[in-house]
Design a protein around this ligand. Structure first.
Ligand SMILES: [Zn+2]
Length: 606
């Protein structure tokens, strides 16, 4: 294993060459198009889906024969989903960029906001936040789920709960008493044939009712997409527009996964108060609710065995290493349990190959192999604990190529090589006993500035001896692009566990590479210095597994297509649940299978 894998390299390069423009391409095959856009994947055509693939929650119902019956079924399925999700507390992340008009680049970020919390779907929709001092909104009643409003100082304020609210059309009153349903047409979304309905609230239905369009798949009549807004906001408050997507990740249910919101009018003379775009992502649906007793079902003492090679006591150095490993394992396990770390998977293999290539060419021999893991969140950050290097999903998304990925990994590898080990305090298990929401208050892996500088120096040395020596121009360009946007993206650049990549709006991490890089030119269409968020890593909202997005790159035709570090609409390719399409489902993973067994009645395999 320990040799430079050049074939692998090429493959990775190909994977990493996949760009953000996939989103643009997919929207071209838009909902207007009633042709089966799935034609390129004949194996997954909706018409072929067997009964076993469809939802089994209500197996004995006869298919509806009239549109009225369809609507009844839609209402029933939505209530089923609300009930099914009520014991769950998924993670919800909203990343929002306020926009300003740039004459050349169009609307670009002016500043940004980040919200991360756990949703409680038990009675209404409630949330508790991971970030201290944010989202502690105490408004009650109907105002609670407004998406934003003006505070006393006439400063606009976003309400994170509002974004969570958009997972359902109407949590409490989704029925014929409150809504009129108008059938519009049939349409394919990805591989899934849908019926499309326009919804309008009845006259006396009150405030905060959904107004817009829903897409309903044509087998079980579950809502798969909602697009619209909420009607009749009160004075000084706003409901935003939203495009909310669900995925069929488990048999019988389409779970809310992505919400895109956007407001703003950049036509000449428009007096827009609010201009922003925001992505909301949900994941961690299958996370344990956090009571320690759940763990007991998993305990199997007989399977735990000591695999140390010799029967002797450890030498002082061996003991120190064992201690570090224990801390590392504790942290990795705790972060995974909080939904902040993806389970080990394919993306890690790619990261590990790059690390391996740097190690081999630099003759680095470590007592334990370096592992890599992906943080499930968007802010751009990295850290290492013991021999595990952690990169955030958002950071992997925006890196333009393998050279820039090597740059990011080499800094953390340098910390490991230099023995800058942080986190040995976490070998004490009492330090792992905190609520998930307390993760950021209880864990931290920030190095002192001297160690940061030393790691940069060592990293550059290692890169220059590595296969990436010829690819450092792109890494330098990435730093330049980041430098240009850093002052507007303080929330995206706020690290929550590791060191910040920037200090006071200036890139500090690996900044030396920028000095030798070519000039940054947004107008040069073949110069891709950084990608938008969301184009590279796909996070499975059910089991938190991450995979590399497979999408055909789309040609960039203007500087506005580049959208570095920006959020874009979502356009997931919808498909029905099948064990083949969810790689996670086939690799019988320990804890995740136990909770899905609770839904055994809806499993397609029995
Ligand atoms: Zn560092």
């Amino acid at each position: 294993m320990r040799k430079v894998m050049s074939n692998m390299n090429w493959m990775i390069l190909a994977l990493l060459a996949v760009t953000m423009t996939a989103v643009a391409q997919q929207s071209a095959s838009s909902p207007q198009n009633s042709q089966p856009v799935a034609a390129t994947q004949p194996g997954q055509m909706a018409g072929q889906s067997s009964p076993a693939q469809s939802g089994q929650a209500q197996p004995n119902l006869a298919p509806p024969t009239t549109m009225d019956q369809v609507v009844d079924r839609v209402i029933m399925r939505e209530k089923d989903l609300i009930k099914f999700l009520s014991p769950r507390t998924p993670i919800v992340e909203t990343y929002l960029q306020n926009l300003q008009q740039d004459p050349q680049l169009g609307p670009i970020p002016q500043d940004d906001h980040y919200f991360l919390g756990r949703m409680d779907l038990s009675e209404s929709i409630d949330r508790s936040d991971y970030l201290e001092g944010k989202g502690k909104d105490k408004d009650e009643g109907m105002e609670k789920h407004l998406l934003g409003g003006l505070t006393k100082k006439f400063k606009f304020q976003y309400q994170p709960l509002g974004f969570s609210w958009m997972i359902f059309a109407d949590r409490n009153d989704f029925d014929r008493q409150h809504y009129d349903f108008h059938y519009a047409r049939r349409e394919f979304l990805g591989d899934v044939r849908c019926l499309v309905f326009d919804l309008t609230p009845k006259k006396d239905a009150g405030r905060g009712r959904f107004l817009g369009r829903i897409w309903v798949e044509d087998q079980d009549f579950s809502i798969v997409r909602l697009n619209g807004t909420y009607a009749r906001p009160s004075r000084n408050n706003y409901y935003f527009h939203m495009d909310s997507w669900r995925l069929n990740l488990i048999p019988g249910y389409w779970v809310p996964a992505y919400i895109y919101s956007e407001e703003g009018d950049f036509t000449a003379g428009a007096k827009n108060k609010i201009a922003f775009k925001a992505q909301t992502r949900m994941w961690g649906y299958n996370l344990k609710a956090g009571t320690a007793n759940d763990e007991l079902t998993n305990i199997r003492v007989d399977s735990v065995k000591d695999d140390t090679p010799t029967a002797q006591d450890a030498t002082p150095l061996a003991a120190e290493r064992e201690w570090q490993q224990q801390a590392e394992d504790n942290v990795v396990e705790r972060l995974e349990r909080a939904g902040l770390l993806a389970p080990e998977g394919d993306v890690d293999k790619i990261l590990q190959t790059v690390v391996n290539n740097i190690e081999i060419t630099n003759n680095i021999e470590l007592p334990r192999p370096v592992r890599t893991r992906v943080l499930t969140t968007s802010p751009l950050e990295t850290f290492s604990v013991g021999n595990t290097i952690v990169l955030s999903r958002g950071l992997i998304d925006v890196l333009p190529d393998e050279g820039s990925l090597a740059m990011v990994l080499s800094h953390e590898l340098a910390h490991i090589v230099l023995g800058h080990n942080l986190g040995s305090q976490y070998a004490f298990n009492d330090r792992m006993l905190f609520s998930d929401e307390g993760t950021y208050q209880n864990l931290g892996f920030k190095h002192i500035p001297e160690e940061e500088a030393a790691a940069d120096k060592k990293a550059i040395e290692m890169l220059k001896a590595s296969p990436y020596a010829q690819k450092l121009d792109s890494a330098g360009l990435f730093i330049k692009a980041l430098q240009q946007r850093a002052p507007q993206l303080s929330a995206l650049l706020q690290a929550h566990l590791g060191n910040n990549i920037t200090e006071n709006g200036t890139v500090t991490r690996m900044a030396q590479l920028a000095t030798s890089a070519p000039a940054l030119d947004w107008n040069k269409l073949d110069q891709i210095a950084a990608l938008p968020l969301g184009g590279r890593v796909k996070l499975n909202p059910w089991d938190d597994k991450v995979e590399i997005v497979k999408a055909q790159p789309v040609a960039i035709t203007s500087a506005r297509d580049k959208m570095p570090f920006e959020v874009t609409p979502f356009f997931p390719r919808l498909s029905r649940y099948s064990t083949a399409s969810t790689p996670g489902a086939t690799t019988a993973a320990g804890p995740t299978t136990t909770a899905t067994a609770a839904n055994a009645s809806s499993s397609p395999t029995n």
